[in-house]
Design a protein around this ligand. Sequence first.
Ligand code: A3P
Length: 286
Amino acid sequence: MEYGCYKKMYFSPLITSVELLTSLENEFQITDYDLINVTYPKSGTSWMIEILTLILSGGDTHLSRTVPNWKRMPWVETFEGYWKVQKNECDNPRTFSSHLPIHLFPKSFFKSKAKVIYTVRHPKDVLVSFYYFSRMAIYFKDPESFEQFLQDFFKGELLYGSWFDHVLGWTAMKDQVDLFIMTYEELIKDLRGSVVRICDFLGRKLDEAAINSVVENTTFKSMKDNSMANYSLSLKGTLDQKKSPFMRKGISGDWKNHFTVEQSERFDLVFKEKMKDLCVKFSWED
Ligand code: A3P
């Protein structure tokens, strides 16, 4: 299966099209009540869906236990998600997800008061997670080898394009739009503290019991056991979880089990060069 390419972003024709991406960019109306979960793939998208679902329900697990996550916060750039999100225009907040780089985001966003939570993950762990995911998802190209995948990552020749451009582009918007930057590593280190900070950003006051429920229902184990969060119900044949489970390891630092010393050093050089204009400091750099 060949990827399409639109303005430097690779996409699968099984998921979206140039027509849809063009219409999303130019015609789609972002509302002031939108709450958007934005990530580069494999950075904690599903984790954030679960956290937001539970915060918005005040810790009530009904939705998170009965409706699959991709229906709760669909990806707006997909055939299915676009219409679903558009239809829900009156929801407050209207919640959805996106992996789009900033330069393809709907133009209406930049004039709106919509809230975005942008989750970033250490790129070496993103790469490892993406490598396994590409082997199990039919709409992704099967990687030839880890080394080849690494080179494609450097060139941005993966679905959704360059991690470097994605992170640079979104973080550069931090003072221009209502953007909350979260890292996967902060979620790992202090899930409760992270949930409280997200509640503050959303202006939601949750009592102790509600926060406990959010935390308990968004641990790796709890999500792995929840068929509405672990993609075991995803369309037959799209994800082959026998090759690799979606909820794979859920840790930070797994890259150390996959990169050679030489690959890691090469990555550091590319990172230094490509990210020299980065305007935020991530927790993993401390
Ligand atoms: P791994 O492949 O490293 O295990 P996304 O949702 O953006 O596709 O990201 C998927 C990654 O997030 C996977 O990483 C998955 O295991 C991890 N993940 C999802 N929920 C998690 C949780 N509650 N705790 C820790 N990691 C989680």
